[in-house]
Ligand binder design. Structure first.
Ligand code: FE2
Ligand code: FE2
Length: 376
């Protein structure tokens, strides 16, 4: 496809205006009790007979590093920590400047008292951790797919270590939700659309772009933000451990795609740019927490319009892109084809991160050190 044939917003994200809240909220989960979800995987499984280890030095180094960075989700985290969810919500609010930061007069929240705001905080935690859990399963299946589809042995080796990492992440988030919080939410429809799109795409690099660059880039930023905003020591430690792995995963994406994208034509790059835009919008949509407001019984659209305008939320929404944008730049996606993606990220209000540190070798900064392991 040439740039002249670019897709419209309707074709890419199902609506003309990226901020059309009504259209965003019309995408909802159709079956909240579903246990199994099948998605067509259209890819070819690739064997390689070139077993020369270390042909791709960056990936080889990452693989060697991963072998020695494994931890045990059951044994290495302080699961005996007492978590009183109400106290945690209140302590977090106190540390972060209160439960609400807008005037509720004349809004659907006018009658909300301390009890209702506490419930919002609790549901919001249940929701956030549930979506992290579902995203981790997405990473598990996407990376297993990469083991099959990537043509390079060094990448197959590395991806196999990531599969184990993701199993551990699913395990610890599920355990935290079950033992420390008070309820699960089903996968958010926007997140599921994105995961399905990633899995359905037959091109091996699209799995990386969707998962390692977009979803995991966002997760790394979100985990860091939440880790700073929580007072709960077990969650802090859990996120610290998970982030040490996630930084390697994002580096895996950048190192693999950097080589491949340098060879692609403008038309091929353009398809990747469109995908990076679509994925960015889907991830922004998913963080609106529409299910929490449904649960609270307030008009969802009004609630989101109010809450999303608050300074903390706006900062959070922007911070989510702090890893994605510099990595997109490093891959050449921002500026190829007359800076098409740069302009789209400008519309999303996230271009200011372009010169932040990219994640190609940031994983060393995130590696667990002795102090982390001692405090566990
Ligand atoms: Fe993960
Ligand atoms: Fe990951």
């Amino acid at each position: 496809m040439s740039i002249a044939e670019q897709h419209t917003n309707e074709e890419l994200i199902g609506r003309a205006d990226i901020d059309d809240l009504e259209a965003i909220l019309s995408v909802t989960n159709t079956d909240r009790d579903e246990v199994i979800s099948a998605v067509e995987n259209n890819s070819e499984t690739i064997f390689t007979w070139d077993y020369e280890k270390g042909r791709r030095a960056g990936l080889d180094k990452l693989y060697e590093k991963a072998k020695h960075s494994q931890w045990d989700g059951q044994k290495d985290l302080p699961w005996d920590t007492e978590v009183d969810q109400e106290s945690v919500v209140m302590a977090n609010a106190e540390m972060n400047g209160g439960m609400i930061d807008f005037d509720t007069a004349g809004t659907p929240f006018e009658k909300f008292g301390d009890k209702e705001w506490l419930e919002v905080g609790i549901q919001s935690q249940n929701w956030t951790l549930s979506q992290f859990l579902h995203g981790e399963q997405g990473a598990l299946v996407c990376t297993a797919k990469i083991v099959e589809t990537v043509p390079w042995i060094d990448a197959k080796y590395y991806a196999s270590t990531q599969v184990m990492d993701e199993a551990r992440h699913v395990e610890v988030f599920a355990k935290y939700l079950d033992e420390k919080l008070s309820g699960h939410y089903p996968v958010n429809a926007h997140l599921k659309l994105l995961l399905d799109d990633i899995i359905k795409d037959p091109r091996w690099d699209m799995t990386y772009l969707g998962m390692q660059i977009m979803v995991e880039g966002l997760a790394l930023a979100a985990f860091g933000f939440i880790r700073q905003m929580t007072t709960e020591p077990l969650l802090k430690q859990l996120l610290r451990y998970v982030m040490s792995d996630e930084a390697r995963h994002v580096a895996f994406g950048v190192l693999s795609l950097q080589e491949y994208y340098a060879e692609l034509s403008d038309a091929e790059i353009f398809e990747r740019q469109e995908f990076a835009f679509e994925a960015g919008v889907r991830m922004r949509d998913r963080f609106l927490q529409q299910e929490v407001w449904e649960h609270m019984g307030v008009p969802v659209k009004d609630a989101i319009e109010l809450v999303m305008r608050t300074p903390t939320r706006q900062m959070f929404q922007m911070m989510l892109f702090s890893k994605i944008v510099p990595n997109a730049k490093k891959l050449g996606l921002l500026d190829r084809n007359d800076s098409w993606l740069r302009r789209r990220y400008e519309e999303l209000g996230v271009i200011q991160f372009e010169d932040w540190v990219d994640t190609a070798d940031e994983f060393d900064t995130f590696a667990l050190n002795e102090a982390d392991q001692r405090s566990a």
